[in-house]
Design a binder for this molecule. Structure first.
Ligand code: FAD
Ligand code: NAP
Length: 340
């Protein structure tokens, strides 16, 4: 027996931005940390699987999801410390990411402006160390508060313990089932320190003499709205593949045949290849197979033109991976999580 307010056989079509027709056997809105211990005990007793769900913007779901889908709806915004130059903020995992970015700027706390308009929740942001326009969450994160499913304790993981990497962390590839994130602690500046390295962002700010953080926020929102499909109108999960990191020999080999290759040097000597460019050069920008295709304005984004199911997404994404492997000898790795 449990007092948890499960709902049964719930449609998740509106809870994943790809718009796949998934159904949860049991669905639970988690609004407090206290519910997590009871949930964990129930899952152990029933040997049932768990999907932790935020905004569903980085997931490819099957039709039927067994066990429990726990939607994290833990709210909260707390100023933990304030110094001359910096503030430390604790934000609940269930808060909306973009609204949180906007609220930090309204409060005069800077550093998240490049990460505007990324869909999803605060609690999911550390999972793949969200990044855009040269800023990653790890650059602004002090610690993560987690529920540890191993011993049902609430703990803090420091930035280093999260083992952040490029679109990666301990939560995504280290121990993916172990932690439920309940809050995130952000260290933000009271004086702007803008990151304007990306060409697209600089271009969008070109008419402004001395841009401030709000200008950057507005420019990021403008560029994203012009390039990316709005999930409310066209199902998608953002970039479907990570940009591959390759050794310099691979980069040189491809560049010898394609001098216009879009690639960026990494600190460790490897090169980051623009996956969207690779797909485009396979002639697949705007390609479509039934209900799934690549977005005509950004080949890296797969879209659900209507009625797609997981198998369609799997089939189409595999065909893209094969095309890129055939032409460039480079493996693309999907960015969203396929569940189960
Ligand atoms: P979900 O999709 O609900 O979950 C993603 C993963 O996190 C799952 O494995 C889930 O189990 C796990 N998870 C969720 N919440 C928790 C929690 N509290 N504790 C433990 N595990 C949890 N990503 C970028 O990095 N940069 C971008 O610029 C970007 N742009 C995007 C643009 C569009 C239009 C879309 C659709 C997606 C984009 N994304 C981007 C991907 C996505 O928005 C992010 O990865 C986001 O952080 C996912 O948040 P979510 O709440 O939707 O997570
Ligand atoms: P873009 O600016 O057209 O750039 C294409 C690719 O080149 C990007 O993937 C980016 O890598 C890389 N790049 C560009 N300038 C760079 C620089 N100065 N240094 C290092 N790398 C550089 O990309 P876009 O499609 O319009 O996206 C803009 C930003 O939003 C990117 O950071 C992108 O990651 C992010 N975004 C992410 C998602 C997602 O779902 N993950 C979806 C949409 C947009 P990076 O991707 O490593 O930044």
């Amino acid at each position: 027996m449990t007092s948890l307010p499960f709902q049964f056989d719930i449609s998740l079509a509106q809870c994943n931005t790809l718009g796949l027709p998934a159904r949860a056997e049991r669905f639970l809105d988690v609004t407090s940390i206290e519910q997590l211990s009871e949930l964990e005990s129930w899952l152990k007793q029933e040997a049932a699987p768990l999907l932790v769900l935020g905004g569903g913007s980085n997931l490819v779901l099957s039709d039927d999801l067994p066990g429990v889908v726990a939607h994290i709806a833990i709210r909260g915004w707390e100023l933990m410390a304030e110094q001359d130059a910096e503030v430390l903020l604790k934000v609940g995992a269930g808060e909306n990411w973009h609204q949180t970015v906007a609220r930090t700027l309204e409060s005069g706390y800077f550093g998240l402006e490049n990460l505007a308009l990324i869909p999803g929740t605060v609690g999911a942001a550390p999972i793949q160390n969200i990044g855009a326009y040269g800023v990653e969450l790890k650059d602004r994160l002090r610690a993560v508060e987690v529920f540890d499913r191993h011993d049902q304790s609430i703990r803090q993981l420091s930035n280093a313990e999260c083992r952040f990497g490029y679109r990666d962390s301990i939560f995504k590839s280290g121990e993916p089932e172990r932690y439920i994130i309940t809050a995130v602690e952000l260290a933000l500046n009271k004086t702007p320190d803008l990151q304007l390295d990306y060409g697209g962002l600089r271009e969008a700010l070109s008419g402004i003499d001395a841009p401030g953080p709000l200008d950057v926020f507005d420019a990021v929102c403008r560029v994203r709205r012009s390039k990316l499909p709005d999930p409310a109108e066209l199902g998608n999960a953002g970039s479907f593949f990570k940009n591959p990191l390759v050794h310099s020999a691979v980069y040189e080999r491809i560049r010898a045949d394609y001098p216009d290759l879009v690639a960026f040097p990494e600190a460790d000597g490897r090169w980051k290849l623009a996956a969207g460019w690779l797909i485009d050069r396979c002639g697949l920008k705007g390609a479509r197979d039934g209900s799934v295709g690549t977005y005509p304005r950004q080949a890296l984004v797969l879209v659900n033109w209507g009625g797609a199911r997981r198998a369609d997404v799997e089939h189409f994404s595999s065909s893209i991976r094969e095309a890129v492997l055939d032409r460039f000898g480079v493996e693309l790795e999907p960015e969203p999580r396929f569940y189960p």
